[in-house]
Design a protein around this ligand. Structure first.
Ligand code: PSU
Ligand code: MN
Length: 311
């Protein structure tokens, strides 16, 4: 009888690491296929994996290819995801369709969490998460990422979320769903390009070891769901909040004018913000993602130590 393991395709290196409780960090592929242009995304895809290795962890980029949940992509598969020809954007609801039909898909935050949890990976680095869109009281556009954080036991390290979302409502939603929102060495929930959003976090985590201890306590209790760790962009790459706000407002207006809805909304907004803000925001985007990979790796290293000591 088939079970979930028959759908997983894990590289031998990652499989060995998971079996021996060595630190592994999951990475998503939507940021590659639908978040960055080619070939800059390919350089990023390799470099972010190097950042993880530099901290003593093993990178596991995920995707859905040929009916398999891929955990770890080889150079050829990374190239396919980055060229993004006929690559869908996969959310939780799309997973089964893609698996059964063999369609190729890039994983957003929700399926990356699902795949990580199935494989036994507890830490995941991304850029920023999806959330409650502005105007959601009318559109009901709320990313599946938020429900996933409530259900699936993975710690997601991201630079908060872009203010194209309603950050206040996003945090309210996470509170209702019981998702701990931690700041990494900050009291402020970050707004992607900016270190502060005007909203606070539940708790300011002082280092990777403390984050790992908090994770272990939650999962020792058997509480379902994960964590969101807001890791602010390094100071030198942070952009001006008001400047970004103007660009984001313009992108939202364009989205409305064009009548774009559903799963196209976020990719459209991301691409438009990038076009309107030029190269500067892209450089910041790369740097915050590297920084998230670094912190996620440090947390994965500490978490593996705690689990080892508890054996
Ligand atoms: N926000 C970003 N960059 C991204 C995404 C969100 O700043 O790349 C991607 C992530 O993969 C996230 C997804 O999981 O968009 C959310 O899409 P939606 O809003 O359609 O749920
Ligand atoms: Mn949506």
């Amino acid at each position: 009888m088939m079970n979930y393991k028959d759908y997983l395709s894990i590289t031998p290196e990652i499989e060995d690491a998971i079996r021996n409780n060595r630190p592994v960090v999951a990475l998503e592929s939507t940021i590659l296929s639908h978040g960055m242009p080619y070939p800059e995304n390919l350089e990023f895809a390799h470099k972010v994996e190097e950042v993880v290795r530099g901290q003593g962890a093993i990178p596991a980029t995920t995707a859905v290819i040929d009916g398999k949940l891929k955990v770890g992509l080889n150079a050829e598969e990374l190239e396919i995801m980055c060229k993004a020809e006929n690559i869908g954007k996969v959310s939780r609801r799309d997973l089964a369709v893609y698996l059964a039909t063999g369609k190729k898909g890039a994983t957003t935050v929700s399926p990356t969490m699902i795949i990580a949890a199935l494989a036994g990976i507890r830490v995941f680095a991304t850029g920023g998460i999806g959330g409650v869109h502005r105007g959601a009281t009318e559109t009901m556009d709320i990313s599946a990422d938020l429900q996933e954080l409530a259900k699936t036991p993975v710690c997601v390290v991201g630079a908060g979320c872009k203010s194209l979302l309603d950050i206040g409502l996003t945090l309210e939603y996470l509170e209702t769903m019981g998702v701990p929102v931690l700041g990494y060495q900050t009291d402020d929930f970050p707004a992607f390009y900016c270190r502060k959003s005007g909203f606070g976090v539940d708790y300011n985590v002082k280092d990777a070891n403390e984050a790992a201890r908090i994770m272990k306590a939650k999962w020792d209790l058997g509480l379902e769901g994960g964590f969101l760790i807001g890791n602010p962009i390094p100071e030198e790459y942070a952009l001006d909040f008001d400047e970004m706000e103007k660009i984001i407002n313009k992108a939202i207006d364009m989205c409305k004018e064009k009548g774009i809805r559903g799963k196209q909304t976020t990719p459209f907004l991301l691409a438009t913000i990038k076009d309107l803000s030029g190269g500067e925001s892209f450089a910041s985007n790369l740097q915050l993602a590297y920084n998230n990979a670094k912190v996620a790796s440090q947390i994965a290293v500490e978490y593996a130590k705690l689990v080892e000591a508890d054996k």
